[in-house]
Design a protein around this ligand. Sequence first.
Ligand code: NZQ
Ligand code: ZN
Length: 384
Amino acid sequence: MLNFDFQNPTRVLFGAGQIASLATLVPANARVLMLYGGGSIKTNGVHAEVTQALAGHTVIEFAGIEPNPSYETLTRAIELVKREKIDFLLAVGGGSVIDGTKFVAAAARYEGDAWDLIAKRIAIEDPLHFGTVLTLPATGSEMNAGGVVTRKATHEKRSFHNRRLFPQFSVLDPTKTFTLPARQIGNGVVDAFVHIVEQYLTYPVGAKVQDRFAEGLLLTLIEEGPKTLADPQDYDSRANMMWCATMALNGLIGAGVPSDWATHMVGHELTALYGLDHAQTLAVVLPGMLRVRKDAKRAKLLQYAARVWNLTEGDEDARIEAAIARTAQFFEQMGVPTTLTGYGLTADAIEPVIKALEEHRMTKLGEHRDVTLEVSRQALSLCV
Ligand code: NZQ
Ligand code: ZN
């Protein structure tokens, strides 16, 4: 096992009815800014429930954070925070609203151009405190310290990470996910699945605890994903999926093991250039990435084949290929196409992605830093 330094300070309040706890979770004398997306929380009752819980607080609202939150929109939120002397943020929504809120928190007391916090990796010294109410299980943002923001003007989708950006608390009520469209449930299961794979399917370092946690989460997603798609109101299924997605990217399974993230980095360019949902890009890229890199990942691919898909017969290459094919079938079963064609794109889409990766210095990705532009090109050529 590799050495690690693990701390996760986010308090999690999980279960039906937990939104009421906001009354005591949010600091009593704070000037609160509640940030949300395009309005789903208004139609499904979450907005009303949060407002009721915060009846004794001073709350201002900022609506309109879009999927793949944009720097342009968030800049307006930062101005509002400064103007209104806000001292606590509450994100109510999915990964985009939470990531956007992290960016606002980071920039609130920074006087320069907020984009520099990402582009120039300026240290985030004194972010505002914030909490979240999660409505879409997928990204893990509710219990991690990272985020992804898109600058629309330049088609750049960039990530940031800072240990001061963990939420103070996150409220996870599975009943608030019942209104999610099937597409977002499919996306959530695929995103969580790929988060686990990017931390598990690398090379063995004798980290049995992390491996078996990861396998347990993968098996749970395979078991519960189709069930929760078929019956959105099955509380237990939704609860398991929700907790899986959080555990997939809260640092626990990634501590003490190598991590990959090449699929994510290539995927970000597909979103920035062609507007695919985040999870859709992962479903396209992952199978090709695994096929192209199967020699470097051989030992873990065989472990994955055996323990997750129960594939123990036949020669090694056949088992590996079957495991990758089963992975792609699972994504398709969740309603997420796994080819560029599935999103109306052709092989012509590949070269602009490679050019963007080069511009963003994504030329040595993966656990061995050996995913060059040529490897990314080969992986994408298998995804058409
Ligand atoms: O905007 P509203 O109206 O709220 O609608 C949203 C949005 O259109 C809707 N939605 C959310 N909860 C709902 C609901 N609709 C009905 N009922 C509900 N309960 O779902 C749509 C998608 O929401 P979004 O937040 O964009 O989805 P997701 O949670 O998948 O977040 C994706 C973003 O997170 C980033 C992605 O790159 C992408 O920008 N990621 C963040 C990570 C992190 N912070 O650690 C890691 C991930 O790898 C990922 O990159
Ligand atoms: Zn992801």
